[in-house]
Design a protein around this ligand. Sequence first.
Ligand code: UD1
Length: 421
Amino acid sequence: MEAFEIIGGTRLKGNVDISGSKNAALPILAAAILCEGDTVLHNIPNLDDIQSMLTLLQRLGVKHERLGGGSIRLRVEDELNCHAEYELVSKMRASICTLGPLLAKRKRAQVSMPGGCAIGYRPVDLHITGLTALGAESDLVNGDMMLKAKRLKGTEVFLGGAFGSSVTATANIVMAATLAEGRTIIESAACEPEISDLADFLTACGAQITGHGTPRITIEGVKTLTGAEHTVIADRIEAGTFMIAAAITNGELTLNRARLEHLIAVVDRLRRIGVIIERSEKGIAVSSSRRLDPVEITTQPFPGFPTDLQAQATALLCLADGNSVVTDKIFPDRFLHIPELNRMGANLRREGNTVIIQGVKRLIGAPVMASDLRASAALILAGLIAKGTTRMSRTYHIDRGYERIEEKLSAIGADIRRTDI
Ligand code: UD1
């Protein structure tokens, strides 16, 4: 098993190339199921989750060829298998993004129901609500969601849930509706930039979609979709993580290709605590030179503060000059990083979906265990500033979603290396 060893205390300085967005790439890859011709995607990050999606697509008859430099060509060669099995779905929840495309193109889909995960309960009711509204029959057999429909018919669908909109449910319904008969209107759709990127890709394939980026998306069904060439947007969560890396080390970073408009709530909170953030020619420039102020953060659907940066922001606020409050309204149990940060000398107390953070003057390196993708990022950030050595085990979580993180951090001055335990 591998671990990261981090010796804290260096000020990060320099340029970071932000990779393509994992969460935009995954549904776009799944959308290749809908296409009649070749699809060529650029800026696909080299991550374990992407490999899992490519393996799943391969089993579903979608062949791929890596063209180098983050470009991949995909083509459907066989439409017989419509089953996304437990083995792959349990590894990566985003496998559920094949549900809509399989149903729309092949008239049936069998996708293993994702179970619980480290960040808490994650239901799938909105995916099913949307697809059955389009005319699918749905059943649950041996832990698999079985959907079938001779034809899908456009309709009005409300996709608001108890915790707001759902990103992958919106992706699934948009993809299914592209080949449905007539007009579909999705109300309370997710507004995340990853949905807009998916809609842009589908539009390049011949789909008719308007309103993406707003809570009402309208789709006029078409008969077929061609493939298309598309460049995936930069990863706003990776960019936000490096913004926090600059802030926590009092460093100075330029994040190439990062888009400020995708991180507006994060920029607002970081500026409020004293971080300097500016648009630069190539992306975003971030710097910090003093002890930061405390703040309140509540995660919300886009354009609110992303839950995928909650753990990293919590790590940062451990060192603020006063008490902060962080509430996660999207995943109210996403707090497994709390006891690990406390092992490093933080003073965090969880109450329900809120963490109360009493700022401390310093963190101290310790052996810690990663529980999930974004918690891993939080522990690495804490390790970058902690006194002494932090050893984070279970690196496989971070490899799911951050491309070459140790290389990128080393290049800007961090003392981090991957070791065998
Ligand atoms: C996506 C992201 C994930 C991010 C999350 C929230 C991908 C591949 N993953 O996950 O990184 O943390 O958005 O920004 O894009 N919900 C329901 N019913 C459903 C589906 C979801 O109630 O059928 C709830 C969830 O429990 C959660 C909220 O809706 O409270 C948002 O979840 P959702 O947007 O669906 O997350 P994912 O799309 O799985």
